[in-house]
Design a protein around this ligand. Structure first.
Ligand code: AMP
Length: 278
């Protein structure tokens, strides 16, 4: 059955009138198999599953790719249909920001939002958390599903739901990858054919690091760094090892190795879970 497409808050409310449990998957569209996995997971959780498609201007800095961000609405709707989505919420900007994008009260991401992505993109997480708070307020889901691909984003949204007592169950889904290991991303569309081949170096560096997990944090970082530094066409932004909550990594415990790098003007991120040796 094709999903109901709601363009306004009123249409959304009507579409969700006879709601049971609702699960939400927020997206910016240009949907790929990573999004499909989130949507299928949401469909197994809720009676009604909502996917939002909204390219949120406030999470892009003025020199970033808001205008160029891929918009593929018709194929997105088909993908939502085959993933079992019942309602697509695809608002115009004024439904989300009636007085303009940079007005009104926003969500402060705090210290957790200042490291990693936040160090490179200082206004990004304020925009992300603010739009997610708005979407949670509009849809009022029981659960919302996010990808581990954006690991810091997932951690921040969990914290927001908890710290602001939003009562929404935040569910994380593992990263879906291309067959060569590259994490799926809407931004992979920006890569030319040479860059697409070079981009596999991010996941290869993470794998090289993870292989050294038993040898401890220094060995992990050394292996990953030497792999990425030798890779052609790639400028490293950061490579960091943290614990599962993005604090300091602890020997013998679950850790995350996170990377951001540029290929030309395209910035990609990825991360992997590992357990450090003692
Ligand atoms: P985006 O449309 O890029 O804002 O992403 C929407 C949601 O899909 C976020 O929760 C992302 O973390 C998630 N996502 C994006 N790429 C992947 C992937 N390769 N695997 C799993 N989830 C993903």
């Amino acid at each position: 059955m094709s999903p109901i497409v709601a363009r306004t808050a009123d249409e959304l409310r009507r579409a969700l009138e006879a709601r049971g449990k609702v699960a939400l998957v927020p997206t910016m569209g240009a949907l790929h198999d990573g999004h499909t996995k989130l949507m299928k997971h949401a469909a197994s959780f809720g009676d009604a599953t909502v996917a939002s498609i909204f390219v949120n201007p406030t999470q892009f800095a003025p020199d970033e790719d808001f205008a160029e961000y891929p918009r593929t609405f018709d194929s997105d709707i088909q993908r939502c249909e085959s993933a079992g989505i019942s309602v697509v919420f695809a608002p115009e900007i004024d439904q989300i920001y009636p007085e303009g994008p940079h007005t009104g009260i926003t969500v402060d991401p705090g210290a957790l939002g200042a490291s990693l992505e936040g160090a490179s993109r200082p206004t990004h997480f304020r925009g992300v958390l603010t739009v997610v708070a708005k979407l949670l307020g509009l849809v009022r889901p029981d659960a919302a599903v996010f990808g581990e691909k954006d690991f810091q984003q997932l951690a921040l949204i969990r914290r927001m739901s908890r710290d602001l007592c939003m009562g929404v169950d935040i569910i994380g889904c593992p990263t879906v990858r291309e067959s060569d290991g590259l994490a799926m991303s809407s931004r992979n569309k920006y890569l030319d054919s040479t860059q697409r081949i070079q981009a596999v170096a991010l996941s290869q560096a993470l794998a090289a690091g993870a292989e050294q997990a038993n040898a401890g944090a220094e060995a992990v970082l050394k292996a990953a760094r030497s792999q990425i530094q030798e890779a052609p066409g790639i400028t490293l932004d950061y490579l960091e090892l943290t614990d599962a909550q993005l604090g300091a990594a602890v020997p013998g415990q679950a850790a995350r190795l996170l990377i951001a790098a540029r290929l030309g003007s395209t910035r990609l991120i990825d991360n992997v879970e590992l357990t450090l040796g003692i």
